[in-house]
Design a binder for this molecule. Structure first.
Ligand SMILES: O=P(O)(O)O[C@H]1O[C@H](CO)[C@@H](O)[C@H]1O
Ligand SMILES: O=c1cc[nH]c(=O)[nH]1
Length: 252
C-alpha cells in the first residue's frame, strides 16, 4: 500500500525492514543517539517516527503510545508500508521479586489480559514472539553483558483500579515476571499479519515498589532505569544486525 497511512503518517517510501518501538515518544531521543543519519519523518498524535541507520542497517523508530489499541494501529500501519520485524522496547513493572530496576525482561510469552488482541481472535490463541527473533534478542543481551531475565509478561489495560495489588499478586504467584500494556497486542497482531515480533522490557517498578514514585523517578531520569533503557535499545538494534547476518548466510 503506497498511500499515506492515517495515523503513523508514513508511506512505503519511508519504510524499512526493521522497526524499534517504544511506548513513549520521548524515548525516541535516546534511540536517535544510537543511529547515524537520523531523520524525524513524522509525528502525529503519540506516534513519532524517525528513520536512521545502525551499523549500516536501516531502521525505523516509531513510538506506539500507551496501550494495546494504539499499538495495534501502529503495527497494522507499519505492516502496510512493508515493515517485517518489530521489537518493542518498553518499560514494565516487575512481578518477580528478583527483578531490580533496570533489569531487562526478554518476553517469551504474554498473558492477554487486555482488550485489543481479543478484538482480533479468541483468548486461546497464544501471544508469543517470533522464535528466531527472540533468539537474536537473547544473543544480543548475552554478548553485550546486560542484566536480563527471560520470561512471561502480563499485558493489561488498567493502571488504577481498586484491585491492582491483588491482581499483581495473583500473576506473580503464577510465575509471570513483568507487567506492561502493549506486548500481547504486538505479539498477536504481529503473528496474524506475518510480522516477526519481540518485546524487551526495562524494569521501572520493583515488585511491591511504589508504582507512582518509581515511574516518576524514571521520567526524572533515575540512573539504573535510564541505563536499562539504553540497554534495551542496544539489544533490539543488535538483534536486527544479527537478523541481517542470518539472512545473508541463508542467501549464500
Ligand atoms: O514505557 P512504555 O513503553 O510506554 O511501557 C509502559 O509504560 C506505560 C505505563 O506507564 C505503558 O505504556 C506500559 O506498557
Ligand atoms: O504494573 C505496571 C508497571 C509499569 N508499567 C505497566 O505497564 N504496568
Amino acid at each position: 500500500m503506497s498511500e499515506l497511512q492515517a495515523h503513523i503518517r508514513l508511506s512505503v517510501e519511508d519504510s524499512a525492514k526493521y522497526a524499534i518501538m517504544p511506548g513513549d515518544p520521548g524515548r525516541i531521543d535516546n534511540i536517535k543517539t544510537f543511529l547515524t543519519d537520523a531523520k524525524e519523518i513524522a509525528y502525529n498524535r503519540e506516534l513519532r517516527s524517525v528513520s536512521g541507520y545502525y551499523k549500516g542497517v536501516k531502521v525505523l523508530a516509531v513510538s506506539t503510545g500507551m496501550g494495546g489499541a494504539s499499538t495495534g494501529i501502529a503495527v497494522e500501519e507499519l505492516h502496510n508500508i512493508g515493515v517485517e520485524y518489530m521489537i518493542r522496547i518498553g518499560s514494565c513493572g516487575a512481578l518477580d521479586p528478583k527483578m531490580k530496576l533496570g533489569d531487562l525482561l526478554l518476553v517469551n510469552g504474554a498473558v492477554r489480559d487486555e482488550g485489543t488482541s481479543k478484538a482480533y481472535i479468541e483468548s486461546i490463541y497464544p501471544a508469543i514472539p517470533d522464535t528466531e527473533l527472540l533468539i537474536n534478542v537473547i544473543k544480543a543481551a548475552k554478548e553485550n553483558k546486560v542484566p536480563f531475565y527471560i520470561g512471561k509478561a502480563r499485558s493489561h489495560d488498567s493502571f488504577y483500579t481498586d484491585r491492582e495489588e491483588e491482581i499483581d499478586k495473583y500473576w506473580s504467584e503464577k510465575g509471570i515476571m513483568g507487567a506492561d500494556m502493549e506486548t500481547a497486542a504486538l505479539f498477536v497482531i504481529g503473528s496474524l499479519r506475518g510480522v516477526k515480533t519481540a518485546s524487551v522490557l526495562n524494569t521501572v517498578v520493583e515488585y511491591n515498589g511504589n508504582l507512582t514514585d518509581e515511574i516518576n523517578n524514571y521520567v526524572d531520569g533515575e540512573v539504573s532505569m535510564k541505563q536499562g533503557e539504553s540497554n534495551e535499545i542496544l539489544v533490539a538494534l543488535e538483534a536486527f544486525v544479527l537478523e541481517e547476518k542470518r539472512e545473508k548466510e541463508r542467501m549464500k
